[in-house]
Design a protein around this ligand. Sequence first.
Ligand code: MRU
Length: 339
Amino acid sequence: MIAPVRWEGDRLVLLDQTRLPAEEVERQYAAWSEVAEAIRSLVVRGAPAIGVAAAFGVALAARQSRATTFDGLLADLEIAMKGLAATRPTAVNLFWALERMRRSCLAHRTLPVDALKGRLLEEAQAVLEEDVAANRAMGAHGATLVPDRARILTHCNAGALATAGYGTAGGVIRAAHEQGKVALVWVDETRPVLQGARLTAWECMKEGIPHRLIADGAAASVMARGEVDLVVTGADRIAANGDTANKIGTYGLAVLARHHGIPFYVAAPCSTIDPALPSGDLIPIEERGADEVRSFAGHQTAPAASPVFNPAFDVTPAAFINAIVTERGIFRPPYDFSR
Ligand code: MRU
């Protein structure tokens, strides 16, 4: 199984996703601040994978701490959690995982400090294992939405690489493929960072899933030709009313899918739901650097001083989403995730 985040010995090991598909390079992390930098620089990316990496970041912070009391340890962890929280604003899984680690720490405050450090590592490992289990459950639910000989369009990477393993939207595709139902996956290249071309196509190659890569601008005409049966994407944050933030370009695909009468599905674990946010307009959208847009594969493709707007995510209104698949089952509109 593709394992982008794992613990080995006394370190966190991340598959460097900035180097794929050219090279499979693993990097080792012994300090929380390095994990924060890995999240910021997209070595690890995808909402659930970011959450899992951050949980291990907290476990590393505990191991790094020289505190001898609970209060001292918690103070060190709060510094690390603040640093990890400041890396990427949109995927709520990051904040969900940090909160889970904080709660675990508080719940075990009576343990000796060394035992508490061990407990936090176990908690991070549980976050990882539960993510894989959720993805498999999501895959099983989501595959029931996939007809025989399906031609599925997906955007960005919501596969094994974006999670602790198996994938969300990628997990639905994997499960349907395991059942022999996938004729073709249309893989949007996903400018500007090319998660579709670099990562989803790489996963499809590895797993023998039939796929065809398209430029983002080709999705409309592929739909118009009648060659897409459904669209499935992941999510970075789902508001209580079902509005969903995902990689920039997702909203456009949902509108296109509705125009062409094609079902549009979102697959995400419950850790991606933000019950406290009533609607999608409140989701913070990360803006990334101008050079992601002004260049391509390291080559400048626009005037160096051209002003750029580079939102990393957009919000698809719930009205365009035919179903949201979680590990708990398939939800249909009207959505209410407020509890
Ligand atoms: O900027 P990224 O690569 O972290 O964006 C990832 C996405 O938008 C994914 O679709 C989303 O996180 C779901 S991953 C299961």
